[in-house]
Write a protein that binds this ligand. Structure first.
Ligand SMILES: [Zn+2]
Length: 397
């Protein structure tokens, strides 16, 4: 048997060495475009060569064994794309046109250009304050139901404390908005990171609806709940519904720090940021639909519109809320000089969690927030309000 195998070995080796039949290349389907993706790195190339399992690049007698890095780094893409039928194209066009017309109709019929109290910024909103309030109240009812027993009773010391601080800030907001404290506190330049370098100041434009929008605050029924849970978080929903987590209270011990958070959250409601976001998202959806008519790469369009339309605006609103917040904090009798340090501390506390990553994507950096609040123009105004508030408090004590 072994002799038989030995005799056969040369012919078997010859068979193994002989070239296999070259398969006929298959032509791609006529309606599809093809791209190839074969990520190739120096490491995988070396690994393959050293293992002797394959040679991706033949050694070059002039340049040496290793191919130029440019060859190693060339990515190739592989995907099939279905060719759109004309019926598909027509349906997409019709849908986009309907959305565009709908958006224009809603904007003309319900849209209002309002002026944000304290900052005098103009923004477009397409939902009424009543609709916004209803949204907030419905969301608050749902949240309370979900949280169940985690909501601390109104007699709990944490709830009493947070309610007391909130009351001071809300009263300050009412006082401020009732007086002539609506001068332009925050000009266009402050939104920009290099605000200090900008010398030219734009003349304020006259816009319809130039009176600061404050009516919506009269209809609010303020309510505070404290949730016994870990998140370092707080929010104020439209309708005046304040939610604070004990995680926040554990990290920030002083009333002034808690007032900084509450001032910021209440500022979102004062500025009607939910209504503005709703309007912006409606138009984002319409623009996305319009942009995808002529392009196949919808992910690219989504990413682009997300970046161009969504993020810068939400950061702008956060900065605005910080600004209004520090004024409320000061007018309520809390030292505003604590606010810049608060945001620095918040940035350090959050750590490297996915929640923080999400937070970072929608918020300006802690350093930027802290720097903007520490600007002399902002701090001087806040300190003036603080001194007034302290004098009033000392008078009544
Ligand atoms: Zn915010």
């Amino acid at each position: 048997m072994s002799i038989f195998i030995r005799k056969l070995r040369p012919s078997l080796s010859g068979l193994l060495r002989s070239k296999p039949a070259v398969p006929t290349p298959v032509a791609p389907p006529p309606t599809a475009r093809r791209y190839y993706h074969a990520p190739c790195t120096r490491r995988s190339h070396d690994a393959l060569q050293s293992s002797g399992r394959g040679v991706l690049f033949r050694p070059n007698p002039v340049l040496g064994r290793r191919p130029p890095p440019s060859q190693l780094a060339i990515p190739r893409y592989y995907s099939y794309r279905r060719k759109r039928s004309s019926a598909d194209e027509a349906a997409r066009t019709v849908m986009a046109v309907v959305m565009l017309v709908g958006g224009v109709v809603i904007t003309i019929r319900d849209g209002t250009i309002e002026t944000v109290p304290y900052t005098n910024r103009h923004h477009l909103v397409v939902i009424s304050s009543e609709e916004e309030r209803n949204l907030g109240e419905a969301q608050f009812a749902r949240l309370k139901k979900e949280l169940g027993k985690k909501v601390l009773p109104t007699s709990h010391s944490d709830t009493i404390r947070v309610t007391g601080i909130s009351t001071k800030i809300i009263s300050a907001a009412r006082r401020g908005l009732g007086s002539d404290d609506n001068d332009k506190l925050l000009d266009e330049a402050i939104w920009s990171s290099n605000a200090a370098q900008k010398k030219k100041k734009k003349k304020p434009r006259k816009v319809w609806g130039a009176q600061p929008m404050t009516k919506h605050l009269d209809e609010l029924k303020w309510e505070v709940i404290v949730v016994d849970d870990k998140p370092v978080n707080a929010m104020c929903l439209p309708g005046g519904k304040i939610v604070v987590y004990t995680g926040l209270l554990h990290h920030f011990n002083t009333d002034a720090e808690i007032a900084t958070v509450l001032g910021h959250e209440i500022a979102h409601v004062i500025a009607r940021h939910i209504a503005e976001t709703f309007t912006k998202n409606m138009w984002t959806a319409i623009l996305r639909a319009l942009m995808t008519i002529d392009t196949d790469d919808s992910k690219m369009v989504n990413d682009l519109t997300e970046y161009v339309l969504t993020l810068p605006f939400s950061r702008k609103m956060e900065i605005e809320a910080d600004h209004i917040g520090i004024l409320l904090l000061a007018a309520a009798g809390f030292d505003p000089r604590i606010a810049p340090g608060f945001y620095e501390k918040l940035g350090k506390i959050s750590g490297n969690t996915s929640v923080l990553e999400q937070y970072k994507n929608t918020h300006p950096s802690s350093e930027k927030r802290s720097r903007l609040l520490a600007e002399p123009k902002v701090m001087e105004k806040a300190m003036a309000l603080y001194r007034e508030a302290r004098a009033r408090i000392e008078e009544t004590e």
